[in-house]
Each structure stands twice: as structure tokens, then as C-alpha cells.
Design a protein around this ligand. Structure first.
Ligand code: OAD
Length: 258
């Protein structure tokens, strides 16, 4: 088993020589912005809330006001925070690596706000609400939150069919957006290095991306505060922001402030 410093030295070489890099992110990347992850024992969303009551289509049918209110609360949390060093380091990597494709499981827009382009959102986006009945997109304004934000809140109605508007995220039991899924797996297949950052790697099919890349010949590096099980590649254990800045500096001499 490598020490963290041995793993770091290997990661620097792999990154410097990468020509097709895929970065695959999870909730740990946004944790340093104050957005709760899902599975951290004390603070994770699924430690406090029951996904069956909030993150399924049947929950929305049963209690749309509760579900819509909960996602509006999450959208407000994101609006009130900023991208962190990890998001900014990932955006900066675009300027150093010949080709970088960013795939995220996160439903926030912090990668985009940090300057990353063409982010593939495998689990949808808090911004991309649509009609539950006819799927027509519903534009959400970024500053239209009631103050104080109530726990429950009636979803808006679709302008075309008057159906209820639902959050634009993938719920348990739903398929991932087809085009995004295809693009992500194609990018993993074509990559020579996949960097998986801040994900527990337990929600499929997204969690298969690192293994799929590895099976097609890519090297895989994971960055995680916990010693998570990794079937492919090796881990840099610690905070995403710290490791990414060290990697950028050591691999590319990146010195501007992040
Ligand atoms: P999880 O909450 O399952 O995992 C977050 C991971 O980030 C954990 O392994 C933490 O150890 C790690 N972590 C926390 N803080 C970190 C930091 N500062 N730096 C590096 N790592 C850190 O979140 P995801 O893996 O993203 O699905 O969860 C996957 C999916 O499960 C989510 O997209 C969501 C959820 O149900 C949907 O919404 C469909």
C-alpha cells in the first residue's frame, strides 16, 4: 500500500502526462462550500432526511409541497454559497490539460460558477425544473425565494398543461439522462486518466465510471477524506481543495491564487 506522498508523486506524473482527462465529482467537492454531502455520518442529508419521502416520484405524488419545499431549501443553500478551491482548481485544470471532460453527480451549479465549461450533470440540476406531467422546462429565477423560506412550498404550475413543476434532479428509481450518460461513459472510455473526487461511489450507474475507465486502460486516482473502497486505482486521502491545489502546482507550476 502506497503512502500518501508516494501516491501524490505518482499522481503528479500521471496528471502531467495526461492528454485526455476525465474528472468525476461528487458531493465531497461542494462540502468545502458548506453544502452537506449525502452519506457523511453526522452531517449527510441522508442521515437527517429519509430519501424515500423526498427523492422519489411517489414522494412527490404523495406530498408535492414537502418535496418542492425541500429542494427549494437546497437551491437556496447553493445560491447563498460560493465555489470553493476544489471547484476553482478543477476549472483551472482546463487550461493545462489538452482535453478535460468534467462529469458531476452534483445538482448544484458551483462548477459552472467556478468557470468550468460543458459540465456533464449525471443527476440533473436544481436549476432545471420541469413539468411533472408534460416535462416542459420551467424557468426558475435565481432570487425568487420567499423570506423566511417555509418548510413546505407549493410547486409552481406548468404554463402549458397546468401540471405541477418538479425539481430537475434524478430521483431514486429514475433513469439518468440518456445523452449525459452516453457522453460520460464515452469520455471515460477514451480517457487516459480519470480523477474521481469526493464521491462515496455507491450510487450506480454513475459509480461505475471509474471502473469502466480503468477497464478501458485509463489510470484512476481518487481523492477522498475517507479511505473508501476503490476497486480501481489508488486514493489520495484528504480534502479535495488541498490535494487539487498541490497537484496543479506540482504538475504544471500553477501559481496564481485559487
Ligand atoms: P456521498 O455523500 O455519498 O459521498 C461524499 C463523499 O465525499 C464521501 O465519500 C466523503 O468521504 C467525501 N468527502 C466529504 N468531504 C470531502 C472533502 N472535503 N474532500 C474530499 N472528499 C470529501 O455523495 P455522492 O457520492 O456525491 O444522488 O453521492 C452520490 C449520489 O447519492 C448523489 O448524486 C445523490 C445521492 O443520493 C442523487 O441525487 C440522484
Amino acid at each position: 500500500m502506497k503512502t500518501n506522498e508516494e501516491a501524490f508523486a505518482e499522481a503528479v506524473e500521471l496528471l502531467r502526462n495526461a492528454s485526455r482527462l476525465v474528472i468525476f465529482t461528487g458531493a465531497g467537492v461542494s462540502a468545502e462550500s458548506g453544502i452537506p454531502t449525502f452519506r457523511d455520518k453526522q452531517t449527510g442529508l441522508w442521515a437527517k432526511f429519509d430519501p424515500a419521502e423526498l427523492a422519489t416520484a411517489s414522494a412527490f405524488r404523495k406530498d408535492p409541497d414537502l418535496v418542492w419545499g425541500w429542494y427549494e431549501w437546497r437551491r437556496l443553500l447553493v445560491a447563498q454559497t460560493k465555489p470553493n478551491t476544489a471547484h476553482r482548481a478543477i476549472a483551472a485544470l482546463e487550461r493545462h490539460v489538452p482535453e478535460l471532460i468534467l462529469v458531476t453527480q452534483n445538482v448544484d451549479d458551483l462548477h459552472e460558477r467556478a468557470g468550468s465549461s460543458d459540465v456533464i450533470h449525471l443527476h440533473g440540476s436544481l436549476q432545471a425544473a420541469r413539468c411533472f406531467a408534460c416535462s416542459r422546462p420551467y424557468p426558475l429565477r435565481s432570487n425568487d425565494y420567499p423570506d423566511p423560506l417555509p418548510l413546505r412550498s407549493q410547486p409552481p404550475r406548468c404554463a402549458r398543461c397546468n401540471g405541477r413543476v418538479r425539481p430537475g434532479v434524478v430521483w431514486f428509481g429514475e433513469a439518468l439522462p440518456e445523452q449525459e450518460l452516453r457522453k460520460a461513459f464515452q469520455a471515460a472510455k477514451d480517457s487516459d486518466l480519470l480523477l474521481s473526487v469526493g464521491t462515496s461511489g455507491v450510487v450506480y450507474p454513475a459509480a461505475d465510471l471509474p471502473n469502466f475507465a480503468s477497464r478501458h486502460g485509463a489510470n484512476v486516482i481518487h481523492i477522498n477524506t475517507e479511505p473508501v473502497d476503490v476497486p480501481a486505482g489508488f486514493i489520495l486521502q484528504g480534502r479535495a481543495g488541498e490535494w487539487l491545489v498541490r497537484l496543479l502546482t506540482a504538475a504544471f507550476g500553477h501559481t496564481s491564487q485559487l
